[in-house]
Write a protein that binds this ligand. Structure first.
Ligand code: NAD
Length: 426
């Protein structure tokens, strides 16, 4: 499962050899750690066009800024775009390894096609810079309506926690920023993670517990031992339940009489076969775990009010649901269905229940699921992204924690890829 190529290119002979042979040289990514939770280098604030934002405050940069934040919200035409070039051209080389570039844009104005063209241009700019910037650095675009609602999003994107999120366009709407303890953002909140006994789900449970949540690890009865062990370590509890049970929603509500704040739909399975060779059972089992049970439990937990106001739903899509994948018509359909669910439910859930609904869409993540992929396909999956490596379960977990954050109320209906800017479906 380990990425030996990445370890090899991190050694002096490995660097020498791969450079001489013209092979890819993925940079080791800097991730969150307790000893070093933030970047040291500070943030360089730049502006293109007339800025309408105020109140953006970050530590000033040292020689090599850890991050550059470009406010391009005021760019309304092609001349304004020249200022994007003028602002970033002289500094882009100086951004530290594993650093960040975040571009702030504005929503597209349907009444002004010059503004819409210029703002849409920022998307192509961001994605292109993400592909060429290298050295483990990421580039993302945040479309803002209200800067005061974007704090949690900018803190995430400008931190080591977003190591494998690149080439994304994230829309942030309006909402009051909740006042929270910056270190234990989920204090006093209960989070349920389906499929939490191992892989990405276990990392999500750990990360939410790190941030202060009381975690309930749900998994099938066969995985009870792992679920219980993890829950005990995190000071939470385990719930042995097959999420496809017709009464799963009711059983969860019963197990959580005091309610729930964060619902993470992570349980998922693959049963790959080309459509021509796929028996109906392979189709229905994947659709049932990955999509139907997500719809059923979401409906039940909203209806019973188990998911409290201020709650967060984070569902798990996949880049296979966006780009499609050979042998995965069932899986691709189920994960695209999750995207549809998120987009449709998000505005209604916010209006009627005060709950946000978002999805993470992982790319190639190093887990048991991907360790089972044949070697050459696995190696292609690892390298075919701007960061030249697979992500780790913790990368999906950190993204989930940002979406679950009490101050992320303005992030709703988003599908955020955690894929190192994969070439698939980009
Ligand atoms: P995994 O197979 O390692 O873990 C999945 C967990 O879900 C297991 O603990 C399993 O027991 C549990 N589960 C399966 N069916 C269940 C059911 N009916 N009820 C309750 N629990 C059930 O998988 P992973 O790689 O950690 O993936 C987690 C999620 O991320 C899945 O939704 C997967 O589709 C998605 N994803 C993974 C990748 C990747 O590269 N690993 C990429 C894209 C999307």
């Amino acid at each position: 499962m380990a990425d030996r190529y990445l370890s090899f290119t991190g050694t002096a002979p490995g660097r020498f050899l791969t450079r001489r042979l013209g092979l890819p040289q993925p940079a080791p990514l800097r991730r969150w750690s307790r000893e070093s939770p933030e970047f040291e280098g500070g943030v360089l604030l730049l502006t293109a066009g007339k800025s309408e934002l105020s109140g953006l405050e970050f530590p000033a940069p040292s020689e090599a800024p850890a991050a550059v934040l470009l406010d391009a919200t005021g760019v309304r035409d092609v001349e304004g775009l020249a200022e994007v070039h003028a602002a970033l051209h002289p500094v882009v080389r100086s951004v530290a390894a594993s650093g960040r570039v975040v571009v702030l844009g504005a929503p597209l104005d349907p009444a002004d096609h010059h503004q819409a063209a210029a703002q849409q241009a920022l998307e192509g700019f961001t994605r292109s810079l993400g592909k060429e910037i290298g050295r483990g650095r990421t580039v993302n675009l945040v479309r803002l309506t209200d800067a005061s609602a974007a704090g949690s999003t900018l803190r995430f994107l400008l931190s080591p926690r977003s190591a494998y999120v690149s080439g994304q366009v994230i829309e942030v709407g309006r909402a009051q920023e909740a006042d929270v303890d910056r270190e234990h953002t989920l204090n006093g909140r209960t989070a349920l993670v389906t499929g939490g006994a191992r892989g990405i789900g276990a990392a999500v449970a750990e990360t939410l517990a790190r941030d202060g949540a009381r975690v309930v690890v749900l998994d099938v009865p066969a995985a009870s031992a792992d679920a219980e062990q993890l829950a005990a370590r995190l000071g939470g509890s385990a719930l042995a339940l097959d999420i496809t049970a017709p009464d799963a929603g009711a059983r969860i509500a019963e197990a959580l009489p005091d309610g729930l704040d964060v619902l993470v739909h992570n349980a998922g399975i693959t049963r790959d076969r080309r459509l021509a060779n796929m028996p109906a059972e392979r189709w229905s089992s994947v659709l049932d775990v990955n999509l139907a049970s997500v719809l059923r439990t979401t409906d039940a937990l909203l209806k019973t009010g188990t998911l409290r106001r201020g709650g967060r739903i984070v569902a798990t899509a996949s880049i296979a649901g966006i780009a499609g994948n050979t042998g995965q018509t069932n899986y691709g359909a189920s994960k695209a269905g999750v995207v549809g669910l998120v987009r449709s439910l998000a505005p209604r859930a916010a209006a009627e229940h005060g709950v946000t609904v978002n999805a993470v869409a992982p790319g190639f993540i190093e887990t048991k699921m991907t360790a089972a992929v044949p070697l050459f396909i696995r190696e292609a999956g690892r390298r075919m992204n701007s960061l030249g490596q697979g992500g780790l379960p913790v990368d999906v977990a950190e993204t989930t924690a940002w979406l679950a954050h009490p101050a992320s109320g303005a992030v709703n209906g988003q599908v955020v890829r955690v894929c190192g800017q994969s070439l698939l479906g980009a």
